[in-house]
Design a protein around this ligand. Structure first.
Ligand SMILES: [Zn+2]
Length: 124
């Protein structure tokens, strides 16, 4: 049995969406964190992509800042910020956020009880 890449020493399993598409390796410890960076409907609605309007206009790209915040029992311990294109395909944004979470989880020493919060912050 292979262990989860998050470092928890728990066995890994596949996190798949409603269409059976592989999203990430997860365990009991990191599954809530990793799920947090996908839209919830991809796990419940197999048609999640087809019912979305596709924008092909030439709108200027706008950016948004996403903070990945590590919260311990006593409050915030650390945070990382990434900038993603707001107009991007949601799946690309999700991938960027997931990669950032995975990087953060490699760097942070997580203890049971710590949580990771994803927050969109506005910074102009
Ligand atoms: Zn894990």
């Amino acid at each position: 049995m292979k262990l989860c890449p998050c470092g928890s020493s728990l066995p890994r399993r596949d996190l798949v969406d409603a269409r059976g598409i592989f999203c990430a390796f997860v365990c009991d410890f990191c599954e809530p964190h990793k799920r947090a960076c996908y839209r919830p409907e991809i796990f419940t609605d197999p048609n999640y992509w087809t019912d979305e309007p596709i924008e092909t206009g030439g709108l200027p790209m706008s950016e948004k800042t996403i903070a990945i915040i590590l919260i311990g029992p006593g409050g915030e311990l650390d945070r990382k910020k990434i900038i993603v294109n707001d107009d991007d395909d949601m799946s690309e944004t999700s991938v960027a956020i997931c990669n950032a979470i995975e990087e953060a989880m490699e760097e942070w020493v997580l203890s049971p009880g710590d949580t990771i919060k994803i927050e969109e912050i506005s910074e102009q």
